[in-house]
Design a protein around this ligand. Structure first.
Ligand SMILES: [Zn+2]
Length: 223
């Protein structure tokens, strides 16, 4: 469900548990009523494709799928402020920070099946740096939603820019989309690459090339 819709629906029909103090973990984001709606919808799909939802093997599937969506879409319920709280540090460091090969799994919003791959994130600190473990969690927060890769890439970059106020941010995402490899053209090794370059990463070609070299050469660009 798009974020806008979900925000509007914070009523008794879809009330979610309060966000935990670290904002990162929760056992359930869909209310029992919402899970029931998802499970019933899956039963409708099973019926529509000619299956018997009560047969052995499928009997538990609708509820299982409903529970699974809690996990796959948990990014909607992560409070970024809470998750990142106290993770900004004043450090005199003016070299590029790169976190690469961040594995992620997301859901294509056009087909509701996964796309997955790696995100590479770099920034050039100005006055602050962010705790290392927070960047993968940031990627996770935007991945665990119904997404398109281009938007996810941009969201990670702009969120980091707004938060850390660095001199520049670069994000490159490479992913395999099951909606492309399982259907349509069926090119199994096709990957899609998207990037978002902000600030110095956009304006300064040597900054951008340093970032790309880090990504290409296992963190050792030989600079
Ligand atoms: Zn798709």
């Amino acid at each position: 469900m798009p974020e806008k819709t979900r925000k509007k629906s914070t009523n008794k029909k879809s009330a979610r548990p309060a966000i935990g103090s670290n904002g990162a973990h929760r056992s359930q984001i869909l209310s029992d009523e919402c899970r029931e709606v998802v499970a019933n919808s899956v039963r409708h799909i099973l019926n529509a494709v000619g299956e018997d939802p009560s047969r052995n093997g499928l009997a538990g599937t609708p509820d299982r799928v409903a529970r699974m969506y809690d996990e796959l879409l948990e990014g909607y319920s992560v409070d970024p402020e809470a998750m990142l709280n106290n993770a900004l540090f004043d450090v005199e460091y003016d070299q590029m920070v790169v976190v690469k090969d961040i594995e992620f799994y997301s859901m294509c919003e056009h087909h509701m099946i996964p796309f997955f791959g790696y995100a590479h994130v770099g920034y050039l600190p100005d006055a602050q740096v962010i705790g290392l473990s927070k960047i993968p969690r940031l990627v996770e927060m935007f991945a665990r939603r119904l997404q398109v890769q281009e938007r996810m890439t941009h969201q990670v970059a702009t969120f980091l820019e707004d938060l850390v106020r660095p001199l520049g941010v670069g994000v490159v995402v490479e992913a395999t989309h099951l909606c492309a490899v399982m259907r349509g053209v069926k090119k199994h090794h096709t990957r899609m690459i998207t990037s978002a370059m902000l600030g110095d990463f956009r304006n300064n070609i040597s900054t951008r090339e340093e970032f790309m070299a880090h990504i290409r050469h296992g963190g050792n660009p030989g600079l």
